[in-house]
Write a protein that binds this ligand. Structure first.
Ligand SMILES: Nc1ncnc2c1ncn2[C@@H]1O[C@H](COP(=O)(O)OP(=O)(O)OP(=O)(O)O)[C@@H](O)[C@H]1O
Length: 256
């Protein structure tokens, strides 16, 4: 499997990172140079996708190594961080702070320097442009999971960091909203890194990284890496079926 290479300075540069979460060592000497505009992260549950995204937005601090975004050392740049990178959490309730939709989105505009009034106006405008004007004064708690996820996406768009990190962003969305998010991802000017369990969502990306137990199992063109991962899953399922059949056969022989 080819390894993606970059001729220019990587926009996101992870160098020799080791990361512990609790007592679990998630990464050991991980180095990745990320420059492509659209990068997918795939891999089994527990492979390290969320941990990587949390590392890239400064929510996790590595025990060793560095993370640089646009040349800035992320873990020594708390003030610049919000302008550099933003994460859309897998669970919207971990991201949302305000109890009302327009106030939540306004927070992103406030961070960009607008006054409270201007920020609220911009938030309502953004919601109206997206056909969600009626959500403006709704309590976050009254929205469905998928609707809350859409609010998180709009808040991230409003914040306009240089690198967007999306952790399973399609997971709770209905089909029209998935298509709309895919369109937004395709047209956004920023670099975007998306973790997903649905390979179709990253199939036309510039690069896909397959993580396995905190290591890079494959890294390269989306089509090749997705095909490699899908084939590996198919092999595992086939051997699981064969194992189940062998076990039932043995049980049949013993009891038959
Ligand atoms: N707070 C924590 N304390 C201890 N171990 C953790 C913690 N958070 C995650 N881990 C472990 O780190 C590893 C990577 O978890 P991570 O959430 O990054 O995986 P993932 O690829 O995003 O999985 P999923 O597809 O299920 O979302 C897993 O083995 C997980 O059990």
């Amino acid at each position: 499997m080819p390894t993606a290479t970059t001729a220019t300075t990587p926009t996101v540069h992870i160098q020799h990172v080791s990361l512990l979460r609790g007592r679990h060592r998630v990464f050991e000497d991980l180095t990745l140079a990320l420059t492509e505009r659209r990068i997918g992260l795939v891999g089994d549950n527990g492979a390290g996708k969320t941990s990587l995204l949390r590392l890239l937005c400064g929510l996790e601090t590595p025990q060793t190594g560095t993370v640089q975004i646009h040349g800035v050392d992320l873990h020594h740049a708390s003030r610049e961080r919000a302008a550099l990178v933003g994460l859309m959490f897998q669970n919207p309730d971990e991201q949302i702070i305000h109890p009302v939709v327009d106030e939540e989105i306004a927070l992103s505009f406030r961070a960009a320097g607008l006054s409270k009034r201007e920020a609220l106006d911009q938030a309502r405008l953004l919601l109206a442009e997206r056909g969600r004007g009626d959500w403006a004064s709704r309590a976050i708690g009254s929205l469905s999971q998928g609707q809350r996820q859409q609010v998180c996406w709009l808040a991230l768009l409003a914040a306009r960091p240089r690198v967007l990190l999306l952790d399973e962003p399609f997971a709770s969305l209905d089909l029209p909203s998935q298509a709309a998010l895919a369109d937004d991802i395709a047209s956004a000017p920023q670099q975007i890194i998306v973790s997903t369990h649905v390979l179709e969502h990253v199939h036309d990306f510039d690069r896909v990284i397959w993580l396995e137990a905190g290591r890079v199992r494959a890294d390269g063109s989306a089509k090749e890496v997705c095909a490699h991962y899908a084939a590996d899953v198919a092999t595992r399922i086939a051997s699981r079926r064969a194992g189940t059949k062998a076990t039932s056969h043995a049980a049949g022989v013993r009891h038959g």
